[in-house]
Design a protein around this ligand. Structure first.
Ligand code: HEC
Length: 147
């Protein structure tokens, strides 16, 4: 009888400890994902690029890149976020142009400048990964100079 009570207390202590350890692991996993950057951190993954896109670009460009994120509704000064899903348009852009637009903002490539600059948020390596993410996962297109 008393043995049984002792055992269940042990079980709940072990459970409690493993919950603490588990949530600690989840928490630190999340932190390292936020900091993940190629070059800076060998643990960079495709998941981290996706997270960068979803957290920072999707509010305007939308998760699938169609330019219909929640901030697009406010129409940021009447300029619609670009439809990054438009393979025809995006294959007319070089990777360098997409890189420059993302790093320095819309004005740098003679757009309206409603597209913010990401220079202070991401490293060059992270911006290159974002461009690759747009190519691979959003427009599913490469640069094509045949007009
Ligand atoms: C505040 C809304 C907003 C956010 C957030 C935003 N964009 Fe944009 N983006 C725009 C707008 C609007 C344009 C159209 C050009 C302009 O007005 O400057 C644009 C254009 C672009 C272009 C140029 C496309 C072309 O036609 O060559 C690229 C590339 C791009 N965005 C990538 C990104 C990436 C990558 C992120 C996230 C790191 C991002 N954008 C976040 C609003 C946004």
């Amino acid at each position: 009888m008393s043995m049984k009570r002792y055992r269940s207390r042990t079980v709940s202590m072990v459970l409690c400890l493993s919950v603490m350890v588990f949530s600690g692991a989840v928490f630190s996993g999340e932190l390292s994902k936020e900091k993940a950057a190629p070059g800076k951190n060998a643990t960079w993954t495709e998941e981290a690029v996706k997270e960068n896109y979803v957290m920072n670009c999707a509010p305007c460009h939308g998760e699938t890149g169609k330019g219909n994120g929640p901030l697009a509704v406010e129409s940021i000064g009447g300029v619609k976020p670009r439809n990054l899903n438009n393979a025809k348009l995006m294959s007319a852009r070089t990777d360098e142009e997409l890189f420059k637009a993302t790093k320095l903002g819309g004005e740098s490539v003679k757009f309206f400048g409603r597209m913010p600059s990401w220079r202070d948020t991401f490293t060059d390596a992270e911006i290159k990964q974002l461009v690759q993410y747009i190519r691979k996962n959003i427009c599913k297109c490469e640069y094509n100079d045949k007009k």
